[in-house]
Write a protein that binds this ligand. Structure first.
Ligand SMILES: NC(=O)c1ccc[n+]([C@@H]2O[C@H](COP(=O)([O-])OP(=O)(O)OC[C@H]3O[C@@H](n4cnc5c(N)ncnc54)[C@H](OP(=O)(O)O)[C@@H]3O)[C@@H](O)[C@H]2O)c1
Length: 277
């Protein structure tokens, strides 16, 4: 006898789901938006620059139903407009998947680390995620059912799990903000579980993007050496983690922080002597 619940393509399918990916116009957000579209979901991407949103939407439309909305997640009026747009596009279907991916970073030595940069990073990576999530709850609840909960996925970072050093310049606010986002994920998971909404975080290691272009170019060899796997991540490796968390396969997983970093945060990298073992 065949157990239909173990039919593998259906287990990881996002067919017919609705999704919002913040920061979906470039980097990891663009990859995740493409993965959701290829899997059959309808997707709204949102980021600040209209031109980047339009360009990404044009490219992504090849893979499915994609909408784009220009909004700054740190501005309450922009978040409100985005929530109204999501309601207009998805209506009574509600929002099945929210990917809080938009993020900011700042690097400087401690004596020169500006207060306003610290505040901006915290505001983008933590405060705005909380506010947007709260404001989208009515829409998420409409899509949520016990056997297939609505899903929130926060994009944290391995830098919220360890103290990063390879880029040479300290990123105090970034690490603190990602650690805060990981714990916010746990608090939200406890609060929203009974409403059939899961909340998880992905903590990526280094992936090619606008944010990491410079460090990967300058310190690529150190980044590789710092990882037990000896390399940076590939697009399909972030896409796969997301698809697990937002498909039926991940329906009973909530409150986790899933590192996708080749083991970098638990290791000081490979050692010369390991080649001989
Ligand atoms: N790439 C990595 O190696 C890596 C590693 C760990 C964690 N992450 C995390 O992954 C997420 C995506 O980063 P990425 O590497 O893909 O960088 P990216 O290519 O620079 O993408 C960032 C995206 O966020 C948008 N954005 C930034 N601030 C925003 C705001 N206030 N409101 C709305 N949208 C905003 C940007 O578009 P606009 O500029 O047009 O707004 C862009 O679409 C971030 O949370 C980052 O911390 C990345």
């Amino acid at each position: 006898m065949t157990d239909m619940s173990l039919e593998i393509p259906a287990l990881f399918s996002v067919q017919g789901k609705t999704a919002l990916v913040t920061g979906g116009s470039s980097g990891l957000g663009l990859i995740m938006a493409e993965a959701l579209l290829r899997g059959g979901a309808s997707v709204v991407i949102a980021s600040r620059k209209q031109s980047r949103c339009d360009e990404a939407k044009n490219n992504l439309s090849e893979f499915g139903e994609c909408h784009a909305f220009a909004a700054d997640m740190t501005l309450p009026e922009d978040r409100q407009a985005l929530c109204a747009y999501v309601d207009e596009i998805f209506g009574s279907r509600g929002l099945s998947i929210l990917v809080n991916n938009a993020g900011a970073n700042w690097g400087a030595q401690i004596a020169d680390y500006p207060d306003d940069a610290f505040a901006k990073v915290m505001n983008t990576n933590v405060n705005a995620v909380f506010s947007l999530t709260r404001d989208l709850l009515p829409s998420l609840r409409r899509a949520a059912i016990a056997p297939d909960p609505a899903r929130i996925v926060n994009i944290g970072s391995m830098d919220g799990l360890h103290v990063p050093i390879v880029q040479r310049v300290p990123t105090f606010a970034y690490s603190a903000s990602k650690a805060a986002l990981h714990h916010l994920t746990r608090s939200l998971a406890v609060d929203l579980g009974s409403q059939h909404i899961t909340v998880n975080a992905i903590a990526p290691g280094f992936f090619q993007s606008r944010m990491t272009d410079y460090v990967l170019k300058e310190f690529g060899a150190d980044i590789a050496a710092d990882s037990p796997m000896g390399r940076a991540g590939e697009p399909q490796e972030i896409a796969g983690a997301l698809l697990y968390l937002v498909s039926r396969a991940g329906a009973y997983t909530t409150g986790i922080v899933l590192p996708v970093d080749g083991g970098t945060h638990i290791s000081k990298g490979r050692r010369e002597w390991m080649q001989d073992v």
